[in-house]
Design a protein around this ligand. Structure first.
Ligand SMILES: [Zn+2]
Ligand SMILES: [Zn+2]
Length: 334
């Protein structure tokens, strides 16, 4: 006899009937298990929150006074009739996949994930499961990331060339995850200044013990030539950017920079292709490693990715969620 599914898809979010909780719900619920602090996953209004101890400080910073409990990595927790545990997703510091086990059947919600270790986020941990709920933000074969070290060298070379010409280098990078990853991996070629939207999460992660270099505020008129400024993508091509100090060279660091049309529409001469999401080989390797018979895809190129997985003989389905992915538009944290 077919058993009831461990997780179901509702208009509030992914729901576990046997545990009585939702995972990354997009509408208010009593009990929310949250994978990470990006605004499309950690939303306000839930009765109770459960997240990793590493993710919780940023979530509290964003959501204010919430009833929240921390859980350790891989710590089993009995909720109702199921056992849950949180495992690294490699997406941003503290980000988790959530494993749900019910009478021997295992489902995993990956949240957002990245398979390449970035030196800052807890590295992605492949989990065996019967059903895997996967993002596929970049679920097309055209998306293949260069190794991080290579992209960081490109950014460092660009920064050095701008500095030699007396320019400020302004990089648009999402405020939680991408910006810290860049500042942590770049060689110290000069001072690093941050926009307030970047400094908020940076200060919190630094206080948690993540190895981040010192940063200075990016105040108008107060940034010296040769400095690097990290700001949210929405700050690019704005009067704020023009007023920093010296002439400013601008670049956007995003997986979407792999698409030339987007770079052109955003009016950017320079783009660095770097993402906190898995690329095509990463998605395929992660899914293969789960051994899952059933794969649910969400976030991004769901229809072609589902068709690809079905062609590999997997039971693959598209699910609609309220998650938005690594947005093409500059607004938002992610
Ligand atoms: Zn995210
Ligand atoms: Zn997301």
């Amino acid at each position: 006899m077919a058993r009831d599914p461990v997780l179901t898809f509702t208009d509030r979010g992914i729901f576990c009937p046997a545990g009585g909780f939702h995972i990354d719900p997009w509408r208010p619920v009593d009990r929310a298990l949250v994978t990470h602090g990006h605004s499309d996953h950690a939303r306000p209004g839930h009765g109770r929150y459960l997240a990793t101890g590493a993710a919780l400080p940023v979530i509290r910073h964003r959501l204010g006074d919430i009833a929240a409990e921390a859980i350790g990595w891989a710590e089993p927790r009995r909720i109702g009739d199921v056992t849950v545990s949180f495992h690294p997703a490699g997406h941003v510091p503290g980000s988790a996949q959530i494993r749900v086990e019910h009478r021997g059947e295992v489902w995993v919600v990956s949240g957002d994930y990245k398979t390449e270790a970035d030196g800052l986020s807890e590295p992605f941990e492949p989990l065996r499961c019967d059903a895997f709920i996967s993002e596929c933000t970049f679920g097309l074969p055209i998306f293949r990331w260069a190794p991080q070290a290579q992209v960081m060298q490109d950014i460092a070379d660009w920064w050095a060339a701008n500095a030699a010409e007396g320019r400020i280098s302004l990089v648009g990078a999402y405020g939680l995850g991408k910006a810290q990853r860049i500042m942590a991996a770049l060689p110290a070629l000069g001072p690093i200044h941050t926009h307030g939207a970047v400094e908020g999460p940076t200060a919190i992660l630094r206080a948690q013990g993540y190895a981040l270099p010192p940063t200075l505020p990016a105040r108008a008129g107060a940034v010296p030539p040769g400095a690097l400024v990290l700001a949210p993508p929405s700050a690019l091509n704005t009067p704020w950017a023009d007023r920093l100090g010296a002439p400013v060279a601008q670049a956007f660091a995003s997986g979407w920079m792999a698409l030339r049309g987007i770079r052109r529409r955003r009016g950017l001469a320079t783009g660095f292709v770097i993402s906190d999401h898995a690329d095509w080989p990463g998605l395929n390797a992660a899914i293969a490693a789960t051994g899952a018979e059933r794969v649910f895809v969400t976030h991004g190129y769901t229809t072609p990715f589902r068709r690809w997985l079905a062609g590999q003989g997997r039971d693959a389905r598209v699910v609609e969620t309220g998650w938005s992915g690594d947005g093409e538009e500059p607004e938002g944290l992610e």
